[in-house]
Ligand binder design. Structure first.
Ligand SMILES: C[S@@+](CC[C@H](N)C(=O)[O-])C[C@H]1O[C@@H](n2cnc3c(N)ncnc32)[C@H](O)[C@@H]1O
Length: 299
C-alpha cells in the first residue's frame, strides 16, 4: 500500500519559490513525496526534513543534500543549530498524520479497525489514547471533544465514557464504540467516529500546541524573502495559521502604521487558502479538507 500521496504538490513547489542553492525545511516528511519534489528542484541546496514517527524514517532519501531529523518539529530551531544552519529559504509543513497512519491497524488511528487505541505519532511519547480516555476527567474530555472534535454533544459523550470506565478500562476501538452506543446514530455513525477520533488524536499529539511552537520558530529562522507554506486539515489549525500569518504572533497584538494599516512581518502569497483541484480530489479523497496558506517574510 502507498505510504502517502503528497497533497497539492505543484502548488507547494510553486509557492515555496525554490532557489536551486537554497536551504529548505520539510517539517513533516511522511512518505517523502514533497521532500523528493523539493530535492528535484535543488542544485547545491539542502533539505532538512523532520518526522517524529519512526516509520517515516524508512522512507529517508539517499541524497547527500538531504538531512533527516527524527524529532518533533517543535524543536526546529535547536536542530537547525545542531546542523550549523541559522536561516533558511523556505519551510513546508503538511500537518497531521499520513495515510500510512490510518492504514496501519496497530497504530490505532482508524475507527475502521477494532484495534488498541494508541494514536501516538511518536511511539516513544507517554500519552496515548488509552491514557486520555481512561484518565481525563469529565471536564477535560468534554473540552477536547468540543474544541478539537467540534462535537455538539461533547458533554454527553464524555459522561458516557466516564460511566463506562467505572467497570471497564477502555483500551480498544470496540470498547469505545460500546461506551457511546447510546448516542451513536444507527446510520452515518462514521461521522461521529471520525470527529471523536480526530479530537483524541489532536490531544494525544498536542497538535495545536506544537504548531504554535513551530510557527514561532519558523518566523525566526526564515530569511527575509523566504517562504512559509502550511497545509492544514482542521478549522482550528487553519485559524491559528491564518491569524499568525496576519500578525506574526499569537498574542492578538497587531502593530499598525501611521495610517492604521496592520504591520505584518509577512506578505500573503495566497490571499485565500488554496484547496485541492477537482482533478486531485478524484485521485485522492484525503485531500478534501486540505487548505494551503503561503506567506513570504518581509520584515
Ligand atoms: C500529512 S503527513 C506528511 C506527508 C508528506 N508531506 C508526504 O509527502 O508524504 C504528516 C507527517 O508529519 C509527521 N508529523 C506530524 N506532526 C509532527 C510533528 N509535530 N513533528 C514531527 N513530525 C510530525 C507525521 O508523523 C506524518 O508522517
Amino acid at each position: 500500500m502507498e505510504y502517502h500521496v503528497p497533497i497539492m504538490l505543484n502548488e507547494c513547489l510553486e509557492g515555496l519559490n525554490i532557489k536551486p542553492n537554497g536551504i529548505y525545511i520539510d517539517a513533516t516528511f511522511g512518505g517523502g513525496g514533497h521532500s523528493q519534489a523539493i530535492l528535484n528542484q535543488l542544485d547545491k541546496g539542502k533539505l532538512i526534513a523532520f518526522d517524529q514517527d519512526a516509520d517515516a524514517m524508512e522512507n529517508r532519501i539517499n541524497d547527500e543534500r538531504f538531512i533527516f531529523v527524527h524529532h518533533n518539529f517543535k524543536y526546529l530551531k535547536n536542530f537547525l543549530k545542531y546542523h550549523g544552519i541559522q536561516q533558511v529559504d523556505g519551510i513546508l509543513a503538511d500537518l497531521g498524520v499520513s495515510s500510512h497512519h490510518f492504514d496501519e491497524k496497530e497504530r490505532g488511528f482508524s475507527y475502521r479497525f477494532d484495534s488498541k487505541l494508541d494514536m501516538r505519532m511518536n511511539t516513544q511519547s507517554e500519552l496515548s489514547a488509552i491514557e486520555v480516555l481512561n484518565n481525563y476527567d469529565l471536564n477535560e474530555l468534554t473540552r477536547i471533544f468540543k474544541e478539537f472534535g467540534e462535537l455538539s454533544n461533547a458533554y454527553k459523550i464524555a459522561g458516557l465514557i466516564v460511566n463506562y470506565r467505572k467497570n471497564n478500562k477502555i483500551t480498544t476501538t470496540g470498547q469505545l464504540f460500546e461506551a457511546i452506543k447510546e448516542i451513536t446514530p444507527a446510520n452515518n455513525e462514521y461521522k461521529l467516529y471520525s470527529k471523536l477520533f480526530q479530537a483524541i488524536r489532536m490531544e494525544v499529539n498536542k497538535e495545536l500546541e506544537v504548531l504554535q511552537l513551530f510557527l514561532n520558530q519558523a518566523i525566526n529562522v526564515l530569511k527575509i524573502g523566504g517562504r512559509l507554506a502550511v497545509i492544514t486539515f482542521h478549522s482550528l489549525e487553519d485559524r491559528l495559521v491564518k491569524n499568525f500569518f496576519k500578525t506574526g504572533n499569537f498574542s492578538g497584538e497587531v502593530e499598525k502604521d501611521f495610517y492604521g494599516n496592520i504591520l505584518s512581518p509577512f506578505k500573503m502569497i495566497t490571499k485565500k487558502p488554496l484547496e485541492a483541484s477537482a482533478d486531485e480530489l478524484k485521485k485522492n479523497s484525503r485531500a478534501a479538507s486540505a487548505k494551503l496558506r503561503i506567506v513570504e517574510k518581509i520584515l
